[in-house]
Write a protein that binds this ligand. Structure first.
Ligand SMILES: Nc1nc2c(ncn2[C@@H]2O[C@H](COP(=O)(O)OP(=O)(O)OP(=O)(O)O)[C@@H](O)[C@H]2O)c(=O)[nH]1
Ligand SMILES: [Mg+2]
Length: 376
């Protein structure tokens, strides 16, 4: 198979291209390529694309000295970052099947023929998995890392039922990758991004033994882990745009009730008797509206942040004025008739206003104030 082809010819297309992102992995690359070489010798037509972020640790020299015609090194000097390096590699990879794996010998290359077979049998995407029967991790994982991995996995649940969505050992057909839309990975978890954005339905998990890195240093910093949260939020906004907007909207609404009741109470304590009750309620309402506007714009209507804030604010005030009026009169009635005392009056007033307003506000604010920019 691989031996009979002229792999330097531009017409040559390997069956599998393995993309290996590296940053200071010179110690691992030799043993890794040896093991991949054995898989290749076993009959799998493959080439390897190493995407190195200018490690300057002898990687370039090592690859040159090994002189393997099925290994290509791409050095990126402009930027750094795992996901970007992987995307860069995938962009030039030519295999019919694409595999992504770490360089640090955590992922067994011997599993790659199984990846190819699963894709052949109809899988859209293959994940080398620690958490399916037969999959294992090495002893000695600290509790912290284990908890970290579990929490991250649960956070990925709304997007995929894959047991090990954090895995960096991935396989998919070239055409699946070509169909990806809006790829925008931050940080580390390119697998999750690809499963979601390539709209993969049939994901197969191949059990692997995940070895703890023996050589070189981990690049998994706290910053990278925090980026995962940003990534999850972005994915949610992409996959569930309605809910990702409504849930923060409702939460901001609830927070507004607390702010309103608190302000009303505070103003009564400070200013009660010195200014009219109406003015007091109006002050609390205005501040609460500013609060809701700021947080709604930030969290619920993130996509409209490029638009004019002044126009949005005026629109917001107009749309919200109806539930606000309900709020105002209910609070005034409760306070005026001494039916209940603050802060209960504030809470009840705001609750009635909110219930009246939440659906109304949601529909009109979305349609008239924070308009979605058209795609493309
Ligand atoms: N090109 C490139 N590769 C990176 C970058 N950060 C990490 N890598 C590579 O991505 C793979 C995974 O990184 P690791 O540091 O092993 O991350 P991990 O597997 O989550 O953590 P440990 O195994 O504990 O170190 C390795 O092959 C790294 O060399 C980067 O910024 N650029
Ligand atoms: Mg690793």
């Amino acid at each position: 198979m691989s031996q009979t082809r002229d792999i330097s010819s531009p017409e040559y297309l390997p069956e599998v291209t393995i993309v290996v992102p590296t940053y200071q992995e010179v110690d691992s690359l030799g043993p890794l390529l040896e093991r991949i070489g054995a898989v290749r010798a076993g009959g799998l037509d493959l080439d390897v694309l190493i995407v190195d972020d200018d490690s300057q640790d002898g990687t370039v020299e090592l690859i040159a000295s090994l002189d393997l015609d099925w290994v290509q090194l791409l050095v990126r000097t402009e930027e750094r970052g795992l996901s970007a390096a992987v995307l860069c590699g995938l962009g030039v990879a030519r295999g019919r099947v694409l595999v992504v794996m770490d360089a640090d010998l955590s992922h067994p290359p011997e599993a790659i023929p199984q990846f190819a077979a699963a894709l052949e049998e109809g899988a859209d995407f293959v994940v080398g998995s620690r958490y399916v029967p037969g999959g294992t991790t090495e002893d000695g994982w600290g509790v912290l890392r284990w908890v970290n991995s579990k929490v991250a996995t649960y956070m990925a649940r709304p997007f995929t039922t894959v047991r090990d969505p954090m895995s960096g050992f991935l396989g998919f057909r070239h055409d699946t990758w070509s169909a990806a839309v809006d790829l925008d990975p931050v940080g580390y978890k390119i697998g999750l991004e690809l499963i979601v954005k390539c709209r993969c339905r049939h994901v197969v998990e191949v059990p692997i033994h995940f070895s703890t890195r023996q050589l070189g240093e981990s690049k998994l910093s706290l910053r990278v882990q925090l980026q995962y949260l940003t990534h999850i939020v972005r994915l949610a906004r992409w996959k569930f745009p309605g809910w990702s907007s409504f849930v923060p909207f409702a939460m901001v609404g609830v927070s507004g009730i607390a702010v309103y009741a608190g302000l009303l109470w505070l103003f009564q304590e400070w200013l009660g008797g010195r200014i009219s009750e109406d003015l007091l309620i109006i002050m609390a309402i205005v501040i609460t509206m500013v609060w809701n506007f700021v947080f709604d714009r930030w969290l619920a209507f993130w996509y409209a942040r490029q638009q004019s804030i002044a126009r949005q604010f005026v629109g917001f005030l107009l749309v919200c004025s109806i539930p606000v009026l309900v709020n105002f009169f209910v609070t005034r009635w409760l306070l005026g008739d001494d039916v209940v005392v603050t802060p209960a009056a504030g809470v009840i007033g705001a609750l009635v206003g909110s219930v009246a307003g939440v659906v109304f506000n949601w529909m009109f604010v979305r349609a008239m104030v924070f308009k979605r920019p058209s795609r493309g």
